[in-house]
Structures are given as C-alpha cells and as structure tokens.
Design a protein around this ligand. Structure first.
Ligand code: NDP
Ligand code: 8X3
Length: 251
C-alpha cells in the first residue's frame, strides 16, 4: 500500500528535498509550511503521487490539531511524520540576544514539534505502525558561541525523541532524531534576518551538506526494515569537525 508522509517545513531546504525524494519513490504527501505559494509550486512540481498541502504555523496548537483532524481519508493515516520545521534566530551571545527570538525558537522548534507529535502519534500507536523522524542538530549536542537558545531547543528534540521511544515501546512505532551539521539552505538567511551577505559568509570556502544529502539520510532511516530503529544519526560535512576547548588566559 502507498505510504503517506507528513512533512513540516516543506517550503524550503531539508523539508522540500525530502518531499521531492519521497515523491520520487512513490510516497503520498502531506506538506505544510506558512508560505502558501511555495506549497502550491511544490505540489505542481510533484507528479504521480497524491499531495495534500496545508498552510500551517506549527506554533499554533489549534491550527495543528485542525490540520490533523481535517486530513482527507486518503492522507489521514500517516506512516511517516517528519518534524522538520524549525529555525535559528541570531548568533548573539546570551547576554545580548533578543528574548523574542528565543521565544520564537522555543515556540517553533520545541512547542511546534510537540503539538504535531501529540496530534499524530495516537493513530500510529493505535495502528501499531508509524515513524516519527525529528530534525535535531549537532547544536543539540555540541555547544558553540551564539547557539544558546537554538542549541538548547535541539537538545530538547534529542531527549524528547529518546523519551518518545521509551513511551511507544512495544507498539511498533519508530522514532529517530537526525542531527545535521553545516548545511546550506535558507537556514542562515533566516538566522540573519534576510542578510544574504552574512548568510553567504557562513558557507564561503566550505563544501557544506546539501538538503539532498539530508533527504537521502532521512529516506534511508525511513526505509529500514520494520524491526530496525535508527535512534539518532549525526551527520557533518567533511569540512566540519570540533574545535579545542576555549581557554581564556590572563593578560
Ligand atoms: P530552511 O530555512 O530552508 O527551512 C525551514 C523550514 O521550516 C521552512 O520550510 C519554513 O517554512 C519552516 N518553518 C519555520 N517556521 C515555521 C512555522 N512556525 N510553522 C511552519 N513551518 C515553519 O532551513 P533548513 O531546511 O535548513 O531547516 C530545516 C530544519 O533543519 C530546522 O529544524 C533546522 O533547525 C534544522 N537544521 C538545519 C541545519 C542547517 O545547517 N541548515 C543543520 C541542522 C539542523 P515557512 O517559512 O514557509 O513556514
Ligand atoms: C544548524 C547547524 O551548526 O549552525 O542546526 O547550529 S549549526
């Protein structure tokens, strides 16, 4: 039977690339994001599969509930929920960061992911099948200057994924956390509030991961045999690794 994947944040970057790869492999799709035009463009581009698009701001719990409750029967049984919608805002140290940015990251990366999970999971458990793949980040495990609230939201995603697994144990439902490092998408443009030059500088002289790399990873995780659960998968480009501890010296 044709599988159905629901992807949050399908209008750009990882979410869009995942939609394209899943469609290529015959999956029917529920695609959401806030930008309607982008959703329509993507729907028109994806041929031979059934695509249901919905404008949905994951920060709004009732919008999320309505979306799931109102899915047409053809798309109501979600086999794969890809909780991908998310963002980083700013790179300032915590003592200068904008509190509203922190709240937006918490509302999107944490609360939005919780709303969607809570809305979709009961049916998966009832049916004894389904897979939730959450989009974490290396920033959830490794601290770096300016990651403050963003990294902490992704640490939440990692632990929430582990705890979900503990809760669904015995049900057949799978939960995975993908943790990418440097990857070029609209991520940095969003982080720097539309400053394209600043965003480009992040990737200058590097060969970052691409959204297609992440889509292949997600697809591999989603197509493992039913008895296999990839708990977490951290992925970086070869050009990225860890630095030494920062030691502040007097004088
Ligand atoms: P993009 O900015 O290209 O895509 C982000 C997606 O999230 C967009 O489709 C956007 O859609 C959606 N989104 C943001 N806020 C909301 C919201 N409130 N409601 C619904 N959708 C929302 O970035 P990426 O593809 O790179 O990011 C995808 C995920 O991967 C994020 O969770 C990010 O934290 C994570 N990540 C990114 C890395 C990177 O280096 N690029 C590395 C590690 C993790 P719209 O604006 O239309 O709502
Ligand atoms: C995005 C990757 O390294 O910019 O989650 O935090 S990083």
């Amino acid at each position: 039977m044709t599988k159905v994947a629901l992807i949050t944040g399908a209008t750009s970057g990882f979410g869009k690339a995942c939609a394209e790869l899943l469609a290529k492999n015959g999956w029917n799709l529920v695609l959401c994001g806030r930008r309607q035009e982008r959703l329509q463009e993507l729907e028109a581009q994806l041929k031979n599969v059934s695509v249901y698009t919905a404008v949905c701001d994951v920060r709004n719990g009732s919008e999320v509930k309505q979306l799931i409750a109102g899915l047409p029967s053809s798309h109501a049984q979600i086999d794969l929920l890809l909780n991908n919608a998310g963002l980083a805002l700013g790179l300032s140290p915590a003592y200068e960061a904008d509190l509203v940015d922190w709240e937006t990251m918490v509302d999107t990366n944490i609360k939005g992911l919780m709303y969607m999970t809570r809305a979709v999971l009961p049916s998966m458990v009832e049916r004894g099948q389904g897979h939730i793949i959450n989009m974490g980040s290396v920033a959830g495990s490794w601290p770096y200057p300016g990651a403050n609230a963003y990294g902490a939201t992704k640490a939440f995603v990692e632990q929430f994924s582990n705890n979900l697994r503990a809760d669904v144990h015995g049900s057949g439902v799978r939960v995975s956390n993908v943790e990418p490092g440097l990857a070029e998408s609209e991520f940095s443009v969003v982080r720097f509030q539309g400053d394209q030059q600043k965003a480009d500088a992040v990737y200058e002289g590097t060969e970052p991961l691409t959204p297609e790399d992440i889509a292949k990873t997600v697809y591999w995780i989603a197509t493992q045999p039913a008895h296999v659960n990839i708990n977490r998968l951290e992925i970086m480009p070869v050009c990225q690794t860890w630095g030494p501890f920062a030691i502040h010296r007097k004088g």
